[in-house]
Write a protein that binds this ligand. Sequence first.
Ligand code: C2E
Ligand code: MG
Ligand code: MG
Ligand code: MG
Length: 289
Amino acid sequence: QAAKATQSRIAFYDRSMDRNKSEQLIMLGELNTALESDQLRLHYQPQVDLTSMRIVGVEALLRWHHPDGSVLSPSAFLPTAERTGLIRPLTSYVLTHALAQRGRWMAEGLELSIAVNISTRNLFDDTLIEQVSAALQQFDCPPGRLTLEVTESSAMTDPAGAIETLSILHAMGVQVAIDDYGTGYSSLAYIERLPVQELKIDKTFIGGMAHNSAHAAIVRSTVELARTLGLSVTAEGVEDEVTMMTLRELRCSRAQGYHLGRPTSADRLPALVAEIDDRLNTATGERIS
Ligand code: C2E
Ligand code: MG
Ligand code: MG
Ligand code: MG
């Protein structure tokens, strides 16, 4: 009886594995098509400098406009891309499209820095450096205007390897940010050894600041320590005015979040930037006087 139960459990398990595998294969095929037929789009989310209260940059965030009419967020397809190696052409797509777009905004008189997320596999991909330098050159982007965002846990996969790649990027003049800071297990002592210039405090801490004193304390001490280490700090997931002004008082460098603006298509971004700049500078002007 017991053996039978085990057997059927195994059979069930195997079937579901097969189904997951074939689902993955289907998605892989669809993703390949998506890459080739312009179904992948970048949305851009503004980042504000909390000293000048101006929009200084944007983060590129990937969306998949699926032929079935839905728009898929990265969490729905990045794991498959990462597992199958499709992440390499995908990141290359993101880099070139983001830098091309930055060039178009420049031509319209809108100068923005651009942040691109890279995955664990990209960080340990020998072709990353070549891809980055080729894209910078092709779109005439000063290296200092590009930030690559790497999560703590990516870097921790192989700390020595991460240091090696990040050092080369640093030598090229590219900015590197640690994304989702606080959600991994690394210490600031480890981060201090990485050639990075920026920490992005994860949105769970920022979202919790207003009503969770532990989160507020984590944010406060991270901002202070980062400043001591000469790193700039971006708060992600800023959803309200009080949180933004608290971060400004803490002298956090930059903020990003729905309160400022949601990720937006490239064509609508200039209007959003103008609207935010207006909103912020009217508001802070009134507050200061
Ligand atoms: P991330 O890099 O930490 O990006 C921030 C995420 O928070 C984005 O989710 C953004 O839409 C969301 N967000 C922004 N402001 C707020 C806010 O005020 N409140 C809340 N609750 N969320 C906010 P998204 O676009 O779904 O991206 C999720 C993750 O997928 C990103 O996290 C990043 O790790 C990854 N990702 C996105 N685009 C790319 C890409 O082109 N390449 C790679 N490798 N990863 C990407
Ligand atoms: Mg990011
Ligand atoms: Mg993040
Ligand atoms: Mg993330």
